[in-house]
Write a protein that binds this ligand. Structure first.
Ligand code: ASP
Length: 341
């Protein structure tokens, strides 16, 4: 059963016809599949996807490219100091270093990625430059930083006082323990130091008015991870995959399990074989359970997908995976994806 929650801010987006979608979402999704392509549209993971989508929508609504929309969109949580799982406000690794991972993919199969990047607030924009200015797909660590600085990015101290306090509190026990759905534990009003808010990623997928798809994914990864740990988020095929003939998918949650199953690529391939976005996300979740049944009970992984017709769907291991949708009919729509457990 799907539960949907709605946040509607018509004024902010100037939407003319906002429709309140109720609990009959499965029926809606079905009827959508028979309708003509729903474009432009942008979808993104978690509650913070709402604000990110708003920024992306300004690009899409004026006829802009999906690629520009997703980069613009995910820069919003990257800049949000109150967000401890993405960008500037991200929690550090166990040695106190904030290391960021991001990737981007366009409608032509071009992609760029950075991993374990330090001191740069917008890894997604560095990833885009890797895609556009280098013969490579991925730059990591020192090399990624060097590339960013050579291209005019500003070097910043990323460890905020809040993140530092959280890290110091965590050090008292020093136990690495991913928490399920930390993003939905209201980190702005109820933020406590320690091990509470320790992962979640913004993954965003957009279909523009020309019918082209792009995606972006950016995170600070698992808080208090080992130095040098890289998750799924900057790995093309794991945290993000886009095929302009079929659709796109992105992942959030414990990245090790997403990498093991090449999750986002799998979702796109399942859509290619005829599955709906929701069915494909579900099957990718089931693969994780099959591979690691005991681990799967204790962790969160969620997939989000958008196909070439503008249909979307999500599925997660545990309840509580939210995602945001923005198109001409529905602005600032926040939904709960279905879950296995
Ligand atoms: N997938 C991210 C990682 O493993 C974290 C998350 O989305 O919760 O780094």
């Amino acid at each position: 059963m799907i539960n949907r929650r709605l946040f509607i801010k018509a004024g902010a987006l100037g939407a003319s016809a906002l429709s309140v979608v109720g609990l009959a979402s499965a029926r809606n999704e079905k009827s959508r599949s028979n309708a003509r392509t729903n474009k432009p549209i942008v979808i993104a993971t978690w509650d913070f996807g709402v604000a990110a989508n708003q920024a992306a929508w300004t690009v899409l609504a004026s006829g802009g490219r999906a690629l520009d929309a997703v980069e613009t969109g995910v820069r919003v949580p990257e800049a949000d100091l109150a967000n401890p799982t993405v960008g500037k406000g991200g929690y550090p690794d166990r040695d106190g270093h904030v290391t960021l991972d991001a990737c981007i993919m366009d409608d032509k199969g071009n992609c760029g990625s950075v991993a374990a990047l330090e001191h740069i607030a917008h890894p997604i924009s560095v990833a885009r430059l890797v895609m556009e200015k280098t013969p490579h797909v991925m730059l990591v660590g020192e090399g990624a930083l060097q590339f960013a600085l050579a291209n005019g990015f500003e070097q910043e101290k990323l460890l905020t006082p809040e993140s530092e306090a959280a890290w110091k509190a965590w050090l008292k026990k020093g136990k690495y323990e991913p928490v399920i759905n930390i993003e939905n534990k209201s980190f702005t009003s109820d933020r406590l130091p320690g091990n509470r808010y320790n992962h979640d990623t913004i993954g965003m997928l957009a279909l523009d008015s020309s019918g082209n798809l792009s995606g972006a994914c950016t995170t600070s990864g698992m808080a208090f991870k080992m130095r040098g740990r890289v998750g799924d988020s900057p790995i093309i095929g794991a945290g993000l995959y886009v095929d302009n003939e079929v659709g796109g998918a992105t992942a959030t949650g414990v990245g090790e399990e997403v990498i093991r199953t090449v999750g986002s690529f799998l979702v796109v391939e399942l859509m290619r074989q005829g599955m709906s976005p929701r069915e494909a996300c579900r099957e990718a979740v089931v693969r994780i359970i099959k591979k690691k049944p005991e681990t799967a009970k204790k962790i969160q992984v969620g997939f989000l997908a958008l196909n070439k017709q503008g249909e979307y769907g999500a599925f997660s291991l545990q309840k509580g995976f939210s995602y945001a949708v923005c198109d001409a009919k529905q602005q600032d729509l926040l939904m709960d994806g279905e879950s296995v457990y």
